[in-house]
Design a protein around this ligand. Structure first.
Ligand code: FE2
Ligand code: FE2
Length: 270
C-alpha cells in the first residue's frame, strides 16, 4: 500500500506534493514531485519504469494526465527520467532538461516513435541553455536554477515561486533506511552521516558547491527538497548550505592513485 502523497505546500489554487515511497525492491529510495496550479500540473524527476505505474495512479488523483504540461528533469540519470517514453505516450507533457541532455534523451525512446509520424520528439523535448529560466505553469511560475556539476554536467534545480520550495535534485540527497523521507531533518549533525559519502563522491568539487550555495542563500527558499531522503526547512537549510560550502568532494579528493587500475577485478570462470 502506498501512503498518500505528502503535501509540501497547499493553498486554494496551488499545491506541491511529494511521493516518497513508490520505489520497491532494490532501487535506491527516491522522491518524485508534482506541482499543481489551477489544474495544470508538472512532475519533477519522475524516475524510471520502477516508479512509472504507481506514479501514474497517484498523479491521477490530483490532476488528469491530459493536464500534465511538463516533466522537469534535473538531469539524465535512470532514477530521474528513464520513464521518458511512457510519459510522452500517456500525456501531452513537454520534457524540459538541460540542452546538454536533450539530444541524448531520444535514445530512451523506441525508434518507431522517434520521428514526425510518432510523437514529434523535437517539439516535446526542450533543452534549456545553461542559464535556465522561467517556466509558466497555470498562473504561476517555476524557475530552472542552474546547478551544473552538482552532480551532472548539465543540471538544473526547480524553484517553485509560489511556495518558495527549491527541488534540489541530488543536491542534499540522503540515504535513509526507514520510511522517514517525508520528515524534515531535525538534527543536522546526525544527518551528515546519511549524506557525506554520497556528496563526497557524486558532487564535482567544493568550488561548484560553494558558488551554488551562495546563490541559494539569496533566494530566500522555504525548503530544500532533494530527490532522495529528507527535506531541509528552517535553520536546517542554512546548516546544510554552510556544510556543503565547506565540503571537499569529487575532484578535490583525487590524486594519481585514483586512476591506477586494480590488477585483478573479476575472476575468469571456466
Ligand atoms: Fe543523479
Ligand atoms: Fe538521484
Amino acid at each position: 500500500m502506498f501512503k498518500r502523497a505528502v503535501p509540501l505546500y497547499e493553498d486554494d489554487s496551488h499545491s506541491c506534493l511529494a511521493f516518497v515511497d513508490l520505489v520497491k525492491g532494490s532501487g535506491i529510495q527516491s522522491n518524485q514531485f508534482m506541482i499543481v496550479n489551477n489544474k495544470r500540473s508538472a512532475l519533477i524527476d519522475p524516475g524510471g519504469d520502477l516508479t512509472f505505474g504507481a506514479l501514474t495512479i497517484e498523479v491521477a488523483k490530483y490532476s488528469s494526465l491530459d493536464n500534465l504540461d511538463y516533466i522537469l528533469a534535473s538531469h539524465q540519470d535512470p532514477d530521474i527520467i528513464a520513464s521518458l517514453p511512457k510519459w510522452l505516450i500517456k500525456s501531452p507533457a513537454k520534457v524540459i532538461t538541460s540542452k546538454l541532455w536533450s539530444r541524448f534523451l531520444p535514445h530512451l525512446v523506441p525508434g518507431y516513435l522517434n520521428d514526425e509520424t510518432g510523437i514529434s520528439l523535437n517539439k516535446r523535448i526542450i533543452g534549456l541553455s545553461d542559464k535556465g529560466g522561467s517556466i509558466k505553469l497555470g498562473n504561476s511560475e517555476i524557475i530552472a536554477v542552474p546547478a551544473h556539476f552538482l552532480h551532472s554536467v548539465g543540471n538544473f534545480q526547480f524553484f517553485d515561486v509560489k511556495s518558495r520550495i527549491l527541488f534540489s535534485g541530488d543536491m542534499g540527497a540522503s540515504l535513509i533506511e526507514d520510511n522517514s523521507a517525508a520528515e524534515p531533518v531535525l538534527n543536522f549533525k546526525k544527518h551528515i552521516l546519511n549524506m557525506e559519502g554520497f556528496h563526497k563522491r557524486y558532487m564535482t568539487s567544493n568550488k561548484a558547491c560553494r558558488l551554488w550555495a551562495g546563490v541559494v542563500k539569496s533566494l530566500n527558499v522555504s525548503m530544500i527538497v532533494p530527490q532522495h531522503g529528507k527535506p531541509f526547512a528552517g535553520e536546517q537549510i542554512y546548516e546544510f548550505l554552510d556544510w556543503i560550502s565547506n565540503l571537499e568532494c569529487g575532484i578535490d579528493l583525487i590524486d594519481e592513485s585514483f586512476y591506477q587500475p586494480q590488477v585483478s577485478v573479476f575472476e575468469q570462470t571456466a
